[in-house]
Design a protein around this ligand. Sequence first.
Ligand SMILES: [Zn+2]
Ligand SMILES: [Zn+2]
Length: 317
Amino acid sequence: MESTHRMARVQLNTDANPCLGRVHYAPGKSAWISLMVLGAFIGGALNFSWAALGLFASTSMLTLCLGHSAGMHRRLIHNSFDCPRWLEYLLVYCGTLIGMAGPFSIIETHELRDWAQRQPICHDYFASRQPLLKDAFWILHCDIRLQHSPRVVYEERIWGDRFYHFLEKTRHWQQLPWAILFYALGGWSWVFWGICARVSVCMIGHWLVGYFAHRFGDRTWHIEGAGCQGYNVTALGSLLGLLSVGECWHNNHHAFPDSAQLGLRWAQPDPSWWFICSLKKLGLAWNLQTAANQPPRPERVRLEQPKSQVAFLQQKL
Ligand SMILES: [Zn+2]
Ligand SMILES: [Zn+2]
């Protein structure tokens, strides 16, 4: 069954193919994460302080929850709620501080991955099918080049925005003002923990949640015709829901991609959804999309018994 989920940004040419392609080493991407991890391990270990650890934990949760999850994922990519433009800028700016991508690169990566996962078969790169370390190397140090890729076209609201182009071009440099401020306030330990350790843990954590969310966990929903299914990762119970700011409820996300709420049951804590709800209470967010108000999708099937299982229903190439 073909996916009926609208993907307005993905422009399909007749020969678009999610299987034929090659994963290639990306030197810039690799150098960036390597630098951050080295700084975290060496600089962080030699310059530990409890205050620096507190800075690491608080800035990680803030940038992950407000920036990456609410700002980039749920607002910018999925348009799952509306908010004032200044607030969107602030949230997307915080998302850029994760150190992974700018506004355009995050949309392009996400749209191509979602499109590929909805096809009956797709390259292992998109479906996290390779063993853990190989997938880590692919996602953190490499890119995929499809022979016949669809084009990702941005709406004018985003493409015409100079601030987003500025953020995209300077995405790595956005760490610099914070590094200077942290150095002034707390010395090198604040730089290694507040920048290097934070960026490393957020990037590696993002990959790890994505890896497990396409392989292990519970499923309430099955998407017919999709070669790659999403899983609600329950490995650490509710704790992972809190640490991943709600992003680990990925079976729900595959079933209701445009919902601003990812945790659909009380046992599925979703801090980013709580944040969006508090924005709504303050009159700063509206038109919240939820699982309940999404249009029907014939390919979305509710499973009789929630399935706890390992992936590899997926067809291999
Ligand atoms: Zn998504
Ligand atoms: Zn997915």
